[in-house]
Design a protein around this ligand. Structure first.
Ligand SMILES: [Zn+2]
Length: 404
């Protein structure tokens, strides 16, 4: 009996390695898989035949024509092998995305709702409607969806799927259970920064990179850490709270209760709050401060308002100081900055780069690539979906619930 179990286990591991190789390569031949995974050609042929039969991968002709003989047969993931849905819950909106097996978005949706002012039951009803709508938009049925990922900011214990703290709600959240009942599928709850980090690792700029950091910029400043190819979650499984590292002793008040945190200078909310305070002190004509948005302030600074530019510049310098510390500690291959805050462009990121160059030792600086990732409205939801996909890839292949 044990022997059989071992054989099954070995096969599952081999399958996982092959699937991973195909995912990372995009397209790859059987011979290359055998070389790169150390498995025998017979084993690769055997396992990939079963995967083709299951509809997880498919054969494609290689694009480049060899000097003689036939085009090589390559293997690629079948995008239609499975579909998942991702949901990101923010303070004033919920966004949705249905993605396929290779992480491409099939449909997406953003619905405004004041989440913190509604009960969790109402939020769950609302999300159920959004998911059903989005699935229909992708021309799929609910039965075609293999799972749902939900991303929130705050302290999430992803192993148990419980949310220990979120700015959206006081006390422990039951949103995962409420959604699992309504959607009748597996629902995964994860911290938003961690889920976009997993998505980057599996489908984005972190593909094939063993050590990288993600810094997310929106209402808060979040972070994901990948070390030796694994997500680092810390002792409590809560993960990195980069936004609440104190940079300025007795500085600006932060919503976490401390003063001078990175977030209290760098987040959208902080920049908006500081801009309002600045404009309210200014004489002469000024915009309606109550109606002022982060987009307005960004546009005014880009148009040359020197006082507002200074607020962005300070944000960039403090962010750069924080990232310098991370680079000194982790020696990452890449630091990927993403999120709505990326829209500020050079206003924040030119001073950030100057600060990093100044504060990081030259050798480390040279070895680190800092990337600003262009941001799309559905990227948070896509990240939440990516987290479910990564779980799917790790599960035994015959457990993947395939679309019919
Ligand atoms: Zn704080």
């Amino acid at each position: 009996m044990i022997k059989v179990a071992n054989r099954d286990f070995t096969r599952a591991v081999n399958q996982f390695n092959i699937l991973n190789r195909i995912r990372e390569a995009g397209r790859i031949s059987r011979v290359e898989i055998a070389e790169q995974t150390g498995q025998s050609r017979a084993s690769v042929t055997n396992i990939t035949a079963a995967m083709i039969e299951q509809g997880l991968i498919r054969e494609e002709q290689s694009g480049d024509k060899p000097s003689r003989g036939r085009r090589r047969i390559m293997l690629a993931l079948n995008p239609d092998a499975a579909f998942v849905v991702g949901v990101k819950i923010s303070e004033l909106q919920v966004s949705f995305a249905v993605v396929d097996f290779i992480g491409d978005v099939k449909s997406s949706l953003i619905m405004p709702i004041r989440v913190s002012e509604r009960s969790e039951e109402i939020v769950a009803d609302f999300i159920e409607d959004g998911v059903r709508h989005c699935v229909k938009d992708a021309k799929l049925n609910m039965e075609d969806i293999a799972g749902c990922g939900v991303a929130v900011s705050g302290f999430v214990d992803s192993a148990s799927g419980t949310c220990l703290w979120t700015p959206l709600k006081e006390g422990q959240s039951l949103i995962r259970q409420l959604l699992a009942e309504r959607l009748n599928m597996d629902v995964f709850l994860e911290n938003d920064a961690n889920s976009v980090t997993v998505a980057a690792q599996w489908f984005g700029q972190g593909k094939g990179v063993d050590d990288f950091l993600v810094v997310t910029m929106e209402h808060g400043v979040g972070m994901g850490i990948v070390v030796n190819g694994n997500m680092y979650r810390g002792h409590n499984g809560i993960g990195a709270e980069f936004g609440h590292v104190v940079m300025v002793p007795d500085g600006e008040p932060c919503r976490c209760g401390k003063n001078g945190c990175i977030e209290s200078y760098v987040s959208d909310g902080a920049i908006l709050r500081r801009s309002r305070a600045f404009l309210s002190r200014r004489r002469g004509e000024k915009p309606d401060l109550d109606q002022l948005t982060i987009e307005d302030v960004t546009a005014m600074a880009k148009n040359g308002d020197a006082g507002l530019k200074k607020i962005f510049r300070e944000a960039g310098t403090i962010l750069g100081q924080g990232i310098s510390g991370l680079i000194q500690i982790f020696n990452p291959q890449k630091v990927i900055i993403m999120g709505e805050g990326v829209r500020a462009g050079d206003l924040v990121y030119a001073p950030m780069r100057r600060a990093v160059k100044k504060f990081v030792n030259a050798e480390l600086y040279e070895a680190t690539e800092i990337l600003l990732q262009e941001w799309h409205d559905d990227d948070w939801a896509r990240g939440a979906a990516g987290f479910v996909l990564s779980e799917l890839y790790k599960s035994p292949l015959d457990c993947i619930r395939r679309a019919k």
